[in-house]
Design a protein around this ligand. Structure first.
Ligand code: ARG
Length: 464
């Protein structure tokens, strides 16, 4: 017998019943459904709609159900089309008549979003913790790889030298924005829909503020129609997930390239590498490639959910049942790719000699121009002069540092003996000393700021 049988006399077509069922997905919100029902029963009692005895019976029954669910002893039946009907059916079996009073003034429309929000509030915390673990790994890399100078790329062409620590931290701050987004999402999610009924509000007057506090929400929703139809929190979740995926994918992409024989900057640990079934020599970065690939899936989940929600015109429409699968799938993907990324980072080896060998002195061309600027030459003129020198060096096959001081002087009178100093990568890095630059002193401050935002003790591990 269906809960919603009401006016219908025929039975639902079998395939339509399969389509209608969401139990396979919303079973993951079972404990939240129990918590929501417990709070609702308390609210009913406070409003005088059920007796203390009813509440006592409902309480006992729901606690038994919670234990059955936790121990995997809860027996689902054919007729359970979603977690809400399953819990109510089981409660009736356990306590009889008082179970029939629990749904007073409540609809599955306000119930389902309440459960979903409760589930997500919990998930956001777990996700944020995994995100911060990864941020800690990036910070630790910045600390342990201190002093390494890496070619910095734009357009994937060597541009200017960078401290590797600075590069690691560039990914740290992207994840920090994800953390901020998750915090905002947690706030958005903590608005309670329960008490909105099917769409117009509960038929019985309730203190929804007390109900919200009881369930750990910040406040009750201000509009019942919006409350049962709003899925922004779910869309914002898939958006946050896609953004995290996107950041992990960019990092993975760079590391995959850096791990190639052609770059040789890093080597992944065997723990985060796979082989080939045919080619015995192969060591592949499959885990990182999957991080990159899963990002594509995450973007698809966000797009898919938007397409579901865009055509729901009136409070609750059944399309909205399709909201949970993409959110849960996104959460599951992140629960894998965040720790895998952290593990791969922790265990990879930085090949300092390969990195040093890859540094092209042409990356110091800006510093040569800046050198002339310091001698009083206007930047545009300095830029032209150094441009000529670079062209000449490429044509003649003579590296910039091999050009004699005499030749520099003949190119521009402002050049002097100290031009040799410019051809030190350390010098180029050290010059970028403003806040946010790659100079060691600036990066030290940046690392301190990073430790601060993670809530770590300041100066816990000062780099040498
Ligand atoms: N299983 C449904 C869902 O996930 C619960 C709400 C059902 N409401 C309804 N009016 N049929 O959305």
């Amino acid at each position: 017998m269906k809960l919603w049988k009401g006016r219908l006399s025929g039975t639902l077509n079998q395939t339509a019943a399969v389509l209608n069922s969401s139990l396979g997905v919303d079973v993951r919100m079972a404990q939240q459904d129990v918590s929501g029902s417990l709070a609702w029963a308390r609210a009913l009692e406070r409003s005088g709609l059920i007796t203390k005895e009813d509440l006592y019976a409902i309480n006992g029954g729901l606690e038994t159900i919670s234990k059955e669910l936790a121990n995997d002893h809860f027996a689902f039946t054919e007729s359970d089309e979603d977690i809400h009907t399953a819990v109510e059916r089981r409660l009736t079996e356990l306590i009889g008549a008082p179970a029939g009073k629990l749904h007073t003034g409540r609809s599955r429309n306000d119930q389902v979003v309440t459960d979903f929000r409760l589930w997500m509030m919990c998930e956001i915390q777990a996700l944020d913790a995994a995100l911060q673990d990864l941020q800690r790994e990036l910070l630790e890399r910045a600390e342990s790889d201190w002093g390494v100078i890496l070619p910095g790329y734009t357009h994937f062409q060597q541009a200017q030298p960078l401290l590797l620590s600075h590069w690691w931290l560039s990914h740290f701050w992207a994840l920090q924005r994800d953390h901020d987004r998750l915090q905002a999402l947690a706030k958005e999610t903590a608005v309670l829909p329960l008490g909105s009924g099917a769409l117009s509000g509960s038929g019985f007057v309730m203190d929804r503020f007390a109900l919200a506090a009881d369930l750990g929400f910040d406040a009750p929703s201000p509009n019942s129609v919006d409350a049962v139809s709003d899925r922004d929190f779910a869309l914002d979740f898939t958006h946050c997930a896609a953004m995290i995926g996107l950041h992990l994918s960019r990092l993975a992409e760079a590391l995959i390239l850096y791990s190639t024989r052609e770059f040789g900057f890093i080597t992944f640990a065997d723990e985060f590498s796979t082989g080939s079934s045919l080619m015995p020599q192969k060591k592949n970065p499959d885990p990182m490639e999957l991080v990159r690939g899963k990002c594509g899936v995450l973007i698809g989940l966000q797009t898919g959910l938007m397409a579901v929600v865009k055509a729901t015109p009136s409070a609750y429409d059944k399309d909205l049942q399709e909201d949970k699968a993409p959110v849960m799938q996104a959460a599951d993907i992140l629960a894998m790719i965040l720790p895998v990324s952290a593990g791969a980072l922790r265990t990879l080896n930085v090949n300092r000699e390969h990195i040093a060998a890859a540094l092209d002195p042409a990356m110091l061309a800006t510093d040569l121009a800046d050198y002339l600027v310091e001698k009083g030459v206007p930047f545009r003129e300095a830029y032209q002069v150094v441009g000529q020198a670079v062209r000449w060096s490429v044509e003649q096959g003579v590296a910039l540092p091999a050009i004699t001081t005499e030749s520099w002087k003949s190119l521009h009178p402002a050049f002097a003996e100290d031009v040799k100093e410019v051809f030190k990568f350390q010098r180029a890095v050290a010059r970028r000393a403003s806040w946010g630059g790659t100079a060691p002193e600036a990066v030290r401050l940046q690392m301190e700021r990073a430790r601060q935002v993670l809530g770590l003790k300041n100066g816990a591990k000062p780099p040498k």
